[in-house]
Design a protein around this ligand. Sequence first.
Ligand code: PTT
Ligand code: SF4
Length: 612
Amino acid sequence: MTGWTGNILRINLSSRSYKKETYDEAFAQKWVGGRGFSMKILWDELKPGTDPLGPDNKLIVSLGPIAGVPAPNTGKTVVAARSPLTGGYADGNLGSHVTSQLRKAGYDIVIFEGIFDKPGYVYIEDDKVTFFSAQEVWGKGTYATLDWLYAKYGRGAGILTIGQGGENKALFSVVRSLEGRAGGRPGIGAVMGSKLLKAIVVKGTKEIPMANPDEYKKLGATDLKKVGALDKESGWSKQGTDGILAWCNEVAALPVRNMRETHHKNAWMLDGERVDAARVATYGCPNCTMRCGITVLDKEGHESELDYENIGMLGSNLDIWDLAQVASLNYLCDEYGLDTISSGSVLGFYADAIDRGAIKGDFRWGDAERAKELMRLISHRDGEIGNLLADGTRKMAQQIGQNSGRYAMHVKGLEISAYNCKYIPGMALAFGVAPIGGHHKESWVISFELKQTSRDSYGREKAQKVIDLQRIRGGLFEFIVSCRFPWVELGWPLENYAIYFNKATGLNWALDDFWKVADRIYALMNGFWLREYPNWDRSMHYPPMCWFDPSNADKEGPIAGKILELAKYEKLLDEYHDIRGYDNRGIPTKRTFQALGLSEEMKQLEKYAALK
Ligand code: PTT
Ligand code: SF4
């Protein structure tokens, strides 16, 4: 086997011990890497009902066959565990030097088990693992922790860390790396915190295995240049991800005031032009020539790395239009290690519930200073309010009651990202069926819907498009482990990824082979949900109910009076299930499990729930 290291590092934090294990070519080809590896390991090794914040949950860091190799945008790392926020399988994908350092240390997978007896961090250097105290930085934010570790190991070391949010188990805590990289939205940072694991540091000196290393280096260098040139030509990274904000406002897809509205006259104050004009520095993930990390100065003078999702959820969604204040909230998310999307959703929901009289409180939309204080309360789980908000919108709605669940903007417990789909049926479906909850990373069909179909149609082609993009975004890029932006933003051909994969592994796969792996992983992700929740029903694939509520339709603007229709959505969901070979609950049928090579997993699942 080449292309994969074939090695797993298993670290037990309770006994401070570790061992090297191997995996074979059949496992490698069946699951490929990243999300595929993590999903299968969590399926095999977690008992149903495992407490996500207990010692038996496992934290997995996983890479794929092109992760860290010299090719465009391959500096990404997957972190995964059972989610404390949703209860399902969860992962995130973040830029980090961990990618290349871990592969150079000789591993594609690290499994963290157990729990430290006191706060610590783990240092992996080639074959050796050392356990250190983290008392000095426990209670500190991610920036101070990163500086502390850089001083010891240098800036080129691979480092993943958590902030106070993860330490205090706020359920939407992320893992952080580099200047402004963050991943693991459904609470992977809280899982790390529950293990008293403040950081993971990696250094490696070996060669990353590749079938044709010399050819690869040449091709990689050429393609990195080509992607860089394409980016320059298109101008994409000038505004980066926030380039889309003005368009979202124009087409009425912007989150405004807990997604009550879809556009706003002040949107220009947060758009890509403003971000570019305020830029103080530019950062990027390793192996990237389209560096999209734009930092601006926040109200307090910190550098803060802004993306569209962060601006949409911490800005327009909270009715805050001062870019420096939005940057402050974003900085606090990075410092405390909280997810920006969920933080913006939680704060927006809290303001909404207060506004509707469902709960008493002193937070109003537009109040940036109080929002900053609430971020501190959340990350420290300080008092009743800190604890209420740190549990995310689903649990908040259960606590608040009064029908507030209708405007809690989550799917399966994960807060939806910054696209307001009250009148975008295909994207509402993409959120509804996303197997980690409300995340746009799985499928993003808005431009297809608006440009190539009619906005108000619920036709089968929309379900098909959701699936096509799931196979690429939630599949390919998550299991070969590479940033999707060259493809999605610059049109870098997908066929190139088959070339990178084949050159690394010596195999001869075509894109269809990747789609089968993607479908297999999705089937097991859904199987994982059913194993945890045997009473699972199709309503778990619904977007928030306020998107079907005529009284929630915009009063003016491009989609005035328009709203999704539940009966039509049900039909679209049926189409999705039908194409995927899932039953009407959204669970793969026995035939689908078998066709995807999951007969064993199917038998295991049948012990817990009936399959059709
Ligand atoms: C991702 C999610 C996103 S998606 C954003 S902005 W985006 C938010 N960023 C956060 C942040 O920053 N700080 C923080 N404390 N929390 C944050 N939460 C939010 O997390 C990210 C880029 C982006 S920017 C996107 S779309 C693409 N995502 C990719 C993906 O998911 N897979 C993949 N193969 N390639 C991707 N490329 C792009 O990467 P999660 P990053 Mg993040 C300040 O991980 O959990 O999936 O959440 O990875 O290295 O920061 O790069 O408009
Ligand atoms: Fe990272 Fe942006 Fe480059 Fe993707 S395009 S690898 S997110 S810097």
